[in-house]
Write a protein that binds this ligand. Sequence first.
Ligand code: FE2
Ligand code: FE2
Ligand code: FE2
Length: 282
Amino acid sequence: MYEFTKDCMIGIKEIDDEHKKLFDMINDAIALADKTDDVKSIANNLIKNLKDYANVHFAHEEAYMKKINDPELESQIKEHKAFAKKVNSFELDTSSDEASKKSLNDILVYIIQWLYKHILGSDIMIGKLSDHSEEAENDNPFEFTDKYKTDIALIDDEHRHLFEIIEKTNELIHENLLHDKYDEIMHLLDELKTYTETHFNDEEALMEKISYPGLAAQKKAHAAFVDKLVHIDINELDEIDEHQQAYLFELINYLLSWLSNHILGSDLKIGEYIRENNISID
Ligand SMILES: [Fe+2]
Ligand SMILES: [Fe+2]
Ligand SMILES: [Fe+2]
């Protein structure tokens, strides 16, 4: 049973309802496949229904993003297409009843895991990518201000450092003679990846240590973000020109917004939990 938990809600009712419905459909399909000996007769139908509903949902989501002029629309369309391609290429292994069952279950698990990652890594940002140009001049979006503080020294230091790497990358992208900076930018993106993983490991270890109830949800969110980082399309960046510069601006906007959103929406709660329960972490 894959639960559609609160952390998967992006706060836009139409989209949340559709995500929930997808989860329900998958859970029903898994339960049905489990009860049936001959899944061959039901597999095609199940997958077709899921695929159809996912397509309807993607169309709604893309229309919504278009309406609000969301800068991530293009990359979302790409992700949705990749999903459709994978599901379209599914073929049930019919060599035996056992094999059919396994192959149906595999694709259902693939779909649910894709959904978790996609919702937590991408959909969660719909409507949240702030347009920094509207912010006051003296408001530096890269500044690690008090509002981000969990009051857990290790976590705050690591978050501050993540902001610093993103800010450094951003500065570099703004500089002229960008093509000279390719190696440096790559290096910083790499550093960001590595340091993000270190940070998530540390944060998860801490949550484990204090038996934090939100650990599972945090792990899923972290995995979704790492997945996005890993899939930064380096090939798209083999030469840095104006087009790549625009791509990098959007990337920075996404990275900063995801992190800021995650710290404010999830990580701060770790600090609250520690204070409410008088836990000593030293
Ligand atoms: Fe999406
Ligand atoms: Fe964190
Ligand atoms: Fe976190």
